[in-house]
Design a protein around this ligand. Structure first.
Ligand code: F0G
Length: 466
């Protein structure tokens, strides 16, 4: 059982409540599966006073003060101010003691311009918000600091998740920092070694199950009913609150100029839900005056949201058997699909799907701008190219890609790509010829100066990778 705090003493905070996204029931406590006891739908955190701003007893934040306050905290040495998540705590649920937050200085991730990707895609202003620059190398850390802090505040000794890799790496790190133990369920053979090794190093009990992500999730949902473990998947609404801050920080970095489009990869759909929630709340509070269109891109082989929107107008999601080399996105039955549909409708965003070849090519193109990312992140550029061709995105519009994971999460993909092995023996082998000009295999040579000079001259003649 998780107790949702009614109020916190002392420092500025907003009163928050847990509400079911289906039936609207408000709950003070919640069962370990984080579902509405009445209708089984997901819960979300909301801030009732934000609608009653200006009344006497409101806990709504003082809006004028917020932007300079958040900026000022960047120079503070307090751990909760150094965190790029807790720095925005007026828009988060309040802990009993802010200083008890379990933090690794998460958030604080850069926004980069992507000039050559912009040319390739056909837009003038293209940015990447690189959430892979978080402490464990993915955006999951921004949500995990909040969810782990609440798990700890509620006295949990164990936390658990099912994962395609990044959630488990992040959860294991935050559990270790918060003095809790962690249980990881991952699909055997389908998680990159970089991510698996992180979970091991941070001390998680790591179980590789002979099933896929959706199978791991099903098992875990039963485990949490039997054991006192806190579920840290993104059905946990505290995760969503933390992940919201990626959007707040992005706007701060853009001087509160709202971009026209934000593009995010879609797996379990927690991230799209979180970023969209942030934009809607910032609009509600008047901190921004319009919404960006938030679009979600999936891999063709793991496209349940695309099908839900195209075939069922967002009303019903039929699970698919997920298969893609972007292993982070191998999810056929995404938990947060209803939240994501709501965000798509509210912001006017699009859904699109991209092929394995398009993902591999886009990843190399982002790399050629000097920015590394894992394959799942590259679906954003591949999707942008399609949305520009469809004229959903116009040349003069400002676009931000959310890069979700670090290049070193999955070096095997990158090495195979450059060696030309990635699609060998697969149905995509012939199509993969288009990737040749992007590939740079390592060259094995004798330690001889003349040979190196010749290699350099040859490379100069060949020109840079496209
Ligand atoms: N990008 C990366 C690098 C991810 O690891 C994930 C999800 C996503 C995008 C999709 O985000 O699920 O919020 O829609 N990874 C999961 C995991 C589910 O277990 O690490 P989402």
């Amino acid at each position: 059982m998780i107790d949702h705090p009614i109020s916190a003493p002392g420092i500025e905070h907003s009163l928050s409540r847990l509400r079911c996204i289906g039936c609207g029931a408000v709950h003070a406590t919640v069962e370990q599966d984080f579902r509405c006891p009445d209708c089984r739908d997901l819960l979300e955190i909301f801030y009732p006073d934000w609608q009653n701003r200006g009344t006497m007893q409101t806990t709504a934040p003082d809006l004028e003060a917020l932007k300079p306050l958040w900026q000022q905290r960047k120079t503070s040495r307090l751990a909760i101010d150094e965190s790029g998540v807790w720095r925005f705590r007026e828009l988060l649920p309040a802990l009993h003691d802010w200083n008890a937050a379990t933090t690794l200085c998460e958030g604080n991730t850069p926004v980069y311009e992507l000039p050559s990707c912009a040319r390739i895609a056909g837009v003038k202003q293209l940015y990447a918000k690189h959430q892979g620059m978080n402490p464990t190398g993915s955006f999951k850390d921004t949500g995990m600091t909040v969810a782990a802090s609440f798990a700890r505040q509620n006295g949990y000794r164990w936390v658990a998740c099912a994962s395609t890799g990044n959630t488990s790496a992040s959860m294991a790190a935050y559990a270790a920092r918060g003095g809790m133990r962690s249980l990881v369920l991952i699909p055997e053979g389908k998680v990159s070694w970089g991510k698996l090794s992180q979970a091991l190093d941070y001390g998680a009990v790591t179980c590789q199950l002979r099933t896929d992500f959706d199978g791991c999730m099903r098992v875990l949902n039963e485990v949490v009913k039997r054991m006192p473990v806190c579920l840290l998947n993104s059905v946990n609404p505290y995760r969503i609150e933390g992940q919201k801050t990626g959007a707040i920080e992005l706007l701060e970095q853009l001087d509160w100029q709202v971009p026209d489009h934000v593009i995010v990869p879609g797996g379990n759909l927690g991230n799209a839900s979180a970023l969209g929630k942030a934009f809607l709340e910032l609009l509600e509070l008047g901190l921004i005056s319009r919404l960006p269109k938030l679009s979600v891109i999936q891999a063709e082989g793991a496209n349940p949201l695309v099908r839900c929107i195209r075939e069922r107008r967002g009303k019903k999601l039929i699970p698919v058997q997920a298969e893609t080399m972007a292993t982070a996105l191998r999810i056929g039955n995404p938990a947060s699909w209803r939240k994501a549909v709501r965000v798509l409708e509210a912001t006017g965003g699009a859904v699109e799907q991209v092929s394995e070849i398009e993902i591999a090519q886009a990843k190399a193109e982002i790399g050629a701008d000097g920015i590394g990312s894992e394959p799942a992140s590259a679906v954003t550029l591949a999707g942008l190219k399609k949305l520009v061709k469809q004229r959903f995105i116009k040349i003069q519009e400002t676009v931000v890609l959310i890069l979700t994971g670090h290049l070193l999460k999955d070096p095997e993909f990158t090495l195979k790509f450059h060696r030309g092995d990635l699609f060998r023996g697969t149905e995509h082998e012939r199509e993969a010829a288009v990737l040749a000009s992007h590939q740079r295999a390592p060259i094995i040579l004798d330690p001889n100066v003349d040979v190196i000079v010749k290699t350099l001259e040859q490379a100069e003649k060949n020109g840079p990778t496209k």
